[in-house]
Design a protein around this ligand. Structure first.
Ligand SMILES: NC(=O)C1=CN([C@@H]2O[C@H](COP(=O)(O)OP(=O)(O)OC[C@H]3O[C@@H](n4cnc5c(N)ncnc54)[C@H](OP(=O)(O)O)[C@@H]3O)[C@@H](O)[C@H]2O)C=CC1
Ligand SMILES: N[C@@H](CC=O)C(=O)O
Length: 412
C-alpha cells in the first residue's frame, strides 16, 4: 500500500489549477489540504478556507508531508522548496528558472536531509524526459539532446509561418492561453528554454552549469525577410536548445534559433507542442513529442511526480555523482546565419570562415563559421543592432547528428 500524501500546494494559477482539475477526477491516496496564494483579493473557484497567504501555515504544519510548488517567483520558490526539503517534506516543483539557478544547492539539500525533489513538469510540460534521462538512459552514452523546449515561442513561430500572424498578436495569444511566463521575454528570448536545457543536461551528462554561462539568443529580432529566406529554402525556423557531447571531455550547450528541414522531427512540431531529440550511441536517434505548456499538460507531469513520491521515488543524479572528466565548454565553432544592418557587426564577430554573403539595400546576411564564445561576448551588441542569428547547419550541409556530419568542433 502506498503512503497517503497530505499536500500543501503553493500557487493556484495556470498550472496549480490544472493540477487541481486533474486530481479531482481521480481517486488517489492523496489530498490537497491547503493552498498558498499571493493575492487574497483574487476571485477563486474553491472555498476560501482552503487558501492562505501565510506560507508558514503550510511549511510549519507537521501533518503535511508533501509540498507542491507552482509559483511564478523564483526567489520565493527557492525559499519554500529549500525550507520544505530541510524539514523532511518531499517536494514537486515546476519552477525551471529556480531549479536551473539553484540546482547544486537543491541536490545538496536532498542529500543532507534524505528528502526528494521531483520536477518533470519543469522541462517540456507533459513530455516525460527527465525520468527517461535519469532512468532509461542511465547507462547510455548520449551524443546530444536538442529540441523545442518552449511552447510560447514555438506558438509565435507557428502563427507567423503557417498563418502569417504578426509577432505581437501571436505572443499576446500565447499569454492569454496561459503558455507564457509572467515576463514573456523569458520565452521569446530563449531564457526559459535555457533553464530547461540546463536541467535536462544535468541528468543526461551530470554536468551542472549556471544559466549565465550558457548562450541564449531568441526570436525577438526575427523579421519577414528571415522567414521569406527560410521559405525559399524549404526550411522552417525553430528556437532550439542544444546540449552536445563534443568528445569524452567536453560538453557544450546553447540556445539559438535554427533552420530545420523537413527530414527533421522538429519540422512538424507546431504551436505549443514541444519535441526532444535524443541522439544516443546505441539506441540511435529517438524523439519525444507532446504539449510543452498549459495547465493540464503540465499538471499531468506534476501529478506523475506526486504519484512517484507515494513510492519514495528520488532522482539519484548518478551521472553528476559519478562524473569524471566531462566539462562544459563554450569553445566550439558553429555555422550561423547572421542577418544584419551594420557591417561593423560582422567585423566584430570575427567569423572564422564566410560561406555565403548577400547584400541588397534592405536585406543583408552572411552565413559562416563563428566561435560560440564570440557570440556570448557580443550578445548585447547583437541585440542592440536588431540583428537575427540562427544556427545554420541545414544551410551549410553539416548537422549535429552524427548520422550526417558534425558542426560543433572543439577548438584546441
Ligand atoms: N504555464 C505553463 O504552461 C507552465 C508553467 N511552469 C512554471 O510553473 C510555475 C507556475 O506557472 P503558472 O501557473 O503559469 O503561473 P501563474 O502566474 O498562472 O500562477 C502563479 C501562482 O503563484 C502564486 N504566487 C506567486 N507568488 C507566490 C508566493 N510568494 N506565495 C504563494 N503563492 C504565490 C500566484 O498567486 P495569485 O493567484 O494570488 O496571484 C499564482 O496563483 C512557474 O514557475 C512557471 O514557470 C512550468 C511549466 C508550464
Ligand atoms: N512558458 C513556458 C511554459 C512551460 O514551461 C513555455 O511556453 O513553454
Amino acid at each position: 500500500m502506498s503512503k497517503k500524501l497530505n499536500i500543501g500546494l503553493f500557487g493556484f494559477g495556470v498550472v496549480g489549477q490544472g493540477l487541481y482539475d486533474i486530481i479531482k477526477t481521480k481517486n488517489l491516496n492523496l489530498e490537497i489540504v491547503k493552498i498558498a496564494i499571493k493575492n487574497p483579493e483574487k476571485k477563486r473557484s474553491l472555498p476560501a478556507e482552503i487558501f492562505t497567504t501565510d506560507k508558514e501555515e503550510i511549511l510549519n504544519n507537521p501533518e503535511l508531508n508533501t509540498i507542491v510548488e507552482l509559483i511564478n517567483d523564483t526567489e520565493a520558490a527557492f525559499e519554500i522548496v529549500s525550507r520544505a526539503l530541510s524539514t523532511g517534506k518531499n517536494v514537486v516543483s515546476a519552477s525551471k528558472k529556480m531549479i536551473a539557478t539553484y540546482l547544486n544547492e537543491l541536490i545538496e539539500l536532498q542529500h543532507i536531509h534524505g528528502t526528494s525533489l521531483l520536477y518533470e513538469g519543469a522541462v517540456c510540460g507533459s513530455i516525460p524526459i527527465i525520468r527517461n534521462l535519469e532512468e532509461y538512459y542511465d547507462n547510455e552514452l548520449l551524443h546530444s539532446i536538442s529540441g523545442i523546449f518552449n511552447g510560447s515561442s514555438n506558438y509565435v513561430l507557428s502563427k507567423g509561418y503557417l498563418e502569417n500572424l504578426d509577432y505581437d498578436t501571436a505572443l499576446k495569444q500565447a499569454q492569454d492561453l496561459g503558455f507564457a511566463e509572467t515576463d514573456p521575454t523569458s520565452d521569446v528570448g530563449g531564457f526559459d528554454a535555457k533553464y530547461k536545457l540546463i536541467i535536462a543536461a544535468s541528468h543526461a551528462y551530470g554536468v551542472i552549469v549556471k544559466p549565465e554561462e550558457v548562450l541564449n539568443i531568441g526570436i525577438q529580432n526575427l523579421t519577414a525577410s528571415d522567414l521569406q529566406y527560410a521559405r525559399e529554402k524549404k526550411l522552417k525556423i525553430k528556437l532550439v536548445p542544444v546540449a552536445k557531447e563534443l568528445d569524452d571531455r567536453h560538453v557544450t550547450m546553447f540556445v539559438l534559433p535554427k533552420f530545420v528541414n523537413e527530414t527533421e522531427f522538429l519540422y512538424n512540431v507546431e504551436y505549443e507542442y514541444n519535441g526532444v531529440t535524443v541522439q544516443a550511441a546505441f539506441a540511435d536517434q529517438q524523439f519525444f513529442f507532446g504539449k510543452g505548456a498549459g495547465g493540464h499538460p503540465t499538471g499531468s507531469a506534476v501529478l506523475s511526480d506526486i504519484a512517484a513520491l507515494r513510492y519514495n521515488y528520488q532522482y539519484e543524479y548518478k551521472k553528476a555523482k559519478g562524473k569524471k572528466d566531462l566539462n562544459f565548454t563554450n569553445n566550439v565553432e558553429l555555422n550561423v546565419y547572421l542577418r544584419y544592418e551594420d557591417e561593423a557587426l560582422v567585423e566584430v564577430l570575427n567569423f572564422k570562415h564566410i560561406h555565403e554573403r548577400y547584400h541588397s539595400d534592405s536585406y543583408k546576411f552572411v552565413i559562416g563559421k563563428i566561435n560560440l564564445q564570440n557570440l556570448i561576448d557580443n550578445q548585447l551588441l547583437i541585440a542592440d543592432n536588431k540583428a537575427f542569428i540562427a544556427f545554420a547547419d541545414q544551410l551549410t550541409g553539416v548537422s549535429l547528428a552524427p548520422a550526417v556530419k558534425l558542426t560543433a568542433e572543439v577548438v584546441e
